[in-house]
Design a protein around this ligand. Structure first.
Ligand code: MOS
Length: 774
């Protein structure tokens, strides 16, 4: 195990290491471009004669457009076109979900506040925005349904998603009967919005029936596919470019209405169009994490063995889609338990479509489950780590499969030791520092180790420079950097000699960057492509009678800094550049396709948005997950109920560390998200109008630097070549899982008060009367 702050790394100068760069905490290769402003994001792309578009969004949440009068607006200075649903009602429906939400301006029927009704295109953004205020829309409003708790009886179990809504094992009734203790409580999480720093934006233009878009997206390939279907053109005629993404977190994981709207506007205006969403529109137009009401019953025997878990969850969805927040995923697999019943129910409301948000399912679900587990530990008088160890899942009970790897025990041990857990007095309100009540809490973290097939191309030029092309994207996570490291090691060159090109759907196809799958999937494709290129280059020199390396196996040759040598041939060396010149090649390239090495068990209630294809041949199946343990300390003002997080230790086992620096950043970012989820974030819907009333970053509370303590991340050594040829597991989502529960558990330990609905704000603590001095 490596301790926080000590970066495990191979020495890059160590000539005999085959892993000179992978595993090193290398700085981001795109860091300079970003800090100098040279990295261009979607909204920054220009085009000659660029026009600007702004959407007009419904101000009511339910009803109809009675009339829409664009007369005055059309005459406003600079206006080029005003597009309404009448112009697009003949557009074909997409087959890519969520049907209805991806289709802009579909009809005069209004089903949520913020629904796009029209689009104004003008010479300047200001002219478009001004003209938009002149469009007169008369509504026939109806009272919207927006408060989920009022409509629970409408809840239905979805069966259209990638995961089943209902699953069970054993006999829940018998299990509950046999138990010694039982916790039956309801846990709630609010609507949250992703709010990446870079708002969504699209710049679109047409040449004949060829469409080019610069789009803020987590999936250039998926976006191209959606546009091709909507406009009924061949996907070869759609070019999607997105070299830099300013954060995604799931809201850029699918296409939303503004992207085809921008393309439509460009077609109608016959010139390039830019459509950039405002921060406020980010709250209405690109999804959110749905609210959840999790009814958990957990039963255990005196020895602390779980005998039954029942999880019924309600989450809201829109009138046009069936997005299910899979909170049951961690419930089904985190612990050994013979009797488990999970049921997801959706409640249709007049809200925009919800979507995946960093650790979809696991973030919300682990709050309910891991808080309930803490309550079980309290009821049993047992240490919460002991309870978890007593129910440690040695295999995935949802399908009986072995884990491809699981180092959760080491995570508990490492984090507990680093945190000093053994010094914890388990009695609530027992630890105090002046006016501050001090509490320590912990929770388990987990997220599927997803993999999706990906391809990549590796190319070398006569000057020895290497180019890697892959149709993936960097959400700010470090994709450029790790791909350069992987290619450098595989080829035997320096990363500074490798140029990585991504964010373009014309490059070899790669999956949408979601479900924490990019490092493993595209990283493996780059590894295979670069290895194939190395093999091909070496084959020139060992097939050539005049070469000093004639007849040598590739394994007997070594390449460092682009220079081929062999211990068998003292003193001989030849560079890649010389190889290309000598054999008359201006460029040599190899493309490779990486697919899952083994079959994965897809458990009921199972995996994330990155479900892999099972392999055709019959092999042993494994369950694949990353695991971790979150430990934190909170300090709560005894009179005011103010909660501060004062310490954090998270230990994670995520296969091989490709770049400990970007890996730690990902995990810290996830923990920061968890702190926001536990204490700050909530999108407030006005029950009368169905509008988000805090749709800005002043009133939607996010943690700031002052809210975040030093976050210590322990990385547990692990390697998992069953997940991917690289040996790594993804790290994008797991950092938030368990984090909110660790905080709620620490709040209970500090105060003796259990808050089961997020965020844990001081008004809730004061209302429960806990904060009075004991
Ligand atoms: Mo992630 S929420 O699958 O982009």
């Amino acid at each position: 195990m490596s301790q926080a702050g000590q970066h495990p790394q191979s020495d890059p100068t160590k000539e005999d290491s085959d892993q000179a760069y992978v595993g090193r905490p290398m700085d981001r290769v795109d860091g300079r471009l970003k800090v100098t402003g040279a990295a261009r994001y979607a909204a920054e792309f220009d085009a000659p004669n660029l026009a600007h578009a702004t959407p007009i969004q419904s101000s009511i949440a339910r009803g109809r457009v009675a009339s829409i009068d664009v007369g005055i607006a059309k005459a406003s200075p600079g206006v080029i076109a005003i597009i309404t649903f009448e112009d697009v009602s003949r557009m074909p429906l997409p087959t890519v979900p969520p049907a209805g939400t991806a289709v802009p301006l579909l009809s005069p029927l209004i089903v949520y506040s913020g629904q796009n009704l029209a689009l104004v295109v003008a010479e300047t953004l200001e002219q478009a925005q001004h003209a938009a205020t002149l469009v007169e829309i008369a509504y026939t409003p109806e009272a919207p349904d927006v408060v989920m708790e009022q409509f629970l009886n409408r809840g239905f179990v979805p069966n259209t998603g990638i995961r089943p809504g209902r699953s069970q094992r054993g006999d829940i009734g018998a299990g509950l009967e046999a138990s010694a203790i039982k916790i039956a409580e309801t846990y709630r999480t609010p609507v949250e919005h992703h709010n990446p720093l870079e708002p969504h934006a699209t710049v679109a233009f047409w040449k004949g029936d060829r469409l080019t878009v610069y789009d803020a997206t987590q999936g250039v390939g998926n976006t191209a596919q959606n546009l091709a279907e909507l406009f009924q053109i061949s996907v070869e005629n759609v070019h999607v470019i997105d070299p830099f993404v300013g954060g995604g977190f799931g809201c850029k994981g699918q296409s939303w209405p503004h992207t085809p709207l921008a393309a439509l506007a460009a077609r109608i205006a016959k010139r390039p169009v830019r459509l950039a969403l405002t921060r406020r529109q980010m709250f209405t137009s690109v999804g959110h994490r749905p609210c959840t009401r999790q009814e958990n019953t957990i039963a255990a025997n005196r020895a602390g063995r779980l005998v039954a878990i029942k999880h019924r969850v309600y989450s809201h969805t829109s009138t046009t889609d069936e997005f299910m927040e899979p909170t049951g995923a961690p419930v089904s697999m985190l612990y050994t338990c013979p009797n488990v019943e999970i049921e997801h129910r959706l409640v249709r409301l007049n809200v925009g479509a919800p979507t995946y948000m960093r650790a979809p399912g696991e973030a919300s679900g682990s709050f309910g489950l891991e808080t309930a587990m803490d309550e079980v530990a309290v009821a049993l008088g047992m240490d919460p780590i002991d309870l978890r160890l007593r129910n440690y899942a040695e295999l995935d009970q949802t399908n009986g499969h072995d884990w491809s790897s699981k180092s959760l025990r080491e995570c508990y041990e490492g984090a507990a030791e680093q945190f000093g857990w053994s010094r914890r007095d388990p009695r609530p309100r027992s630890m105090r520092d002046g006016r501050w009540l001090v509490g320590w809490g912990m929770a388990t973290a987990g997220y599927p180790a997803n993999f999706r097939p990906a391809s990549a191309k590796a190319r070398i030029h006569q000057d020895g420079s290497v180019w890697i092309g892959c149709g993936t994207q960097d959400l700010g996570t470090g994709t450029y950097t790790i791909l350069a490291q992987i290619a450098a090691d595989a080829l035997g060159v320096s990363p500074s000699n490798v140029r990585v090109q991504i964010g373009d759907n014309r490059l070899p196809s790669a999956p949408t960057s979601g479900g924490s799958c990019s490092a493993t999937s595209t990283g493996s494709a780059v590894l295979l492509a670069a290895k194939a290129l190395r093999t091909r280059l070496l084959s020139y020199v060992n097939a050539d009678e005049t070469s000093p390396f004639f007849n040598l196996q590739a394994s007997a040759m070594r390449v460092r800094n682009g220079q081929i040598t062999s211990q068998r041939v003292e003193g001989a060396s030849v560079t890649y550049a010389e190889v290309l010149r000598r054999y008359g090649k201006s460029v040599v390239e190899q493309e490779a396709f990486a697919e899952a090495g083994v079959e994965r068990g897809t458990p009921p209630g199972g995996q994330g948005p990155g479900d892999a294809q099972p392999r055709k041949e019959k092999t042993k199946a494994y369950s694949m997950h990353g695991f971790g343990a979150q430990f934190c300390e909170v300090r709560i003002d005894a009179d005011l109920g103010v909660v501060r997080v004062s310490r954090w230790v998270g230990a994670f086992a995520l296969g091989k560390q490709l770049n400990p620096k970007t890996l730690r950043s990902q995990l810290k970012g996830g923990v920061v998200w968890g702190i926001g989820m536990a204490l700050h974030e909530a999108s407030m819907l006005d029950a009368r109008f169905g509008r988000y009333v805090n749709s800005n970053l002043a009133e939607y509370h996010l943690p700031v630097n002052a809210d975040i303590p030093e976050i210590e991340i322990l990385l547990i050594d692990e390697e998992d070549t069953l997940v991917s040829p690289l040996g790594a597991k993804g790290a994008g989502e797991i950092g938030i899982t368990g984090a909110a529960a660790a905080i709620s558990n620490a709040v209970y330990h500090a105060t003796g008060t259990r808050i089961r609905d997020l965020p844990i704000t001081l008004d809730k603590l004061l209302a429960r009367g806990q904060a009075s001095t004991a």
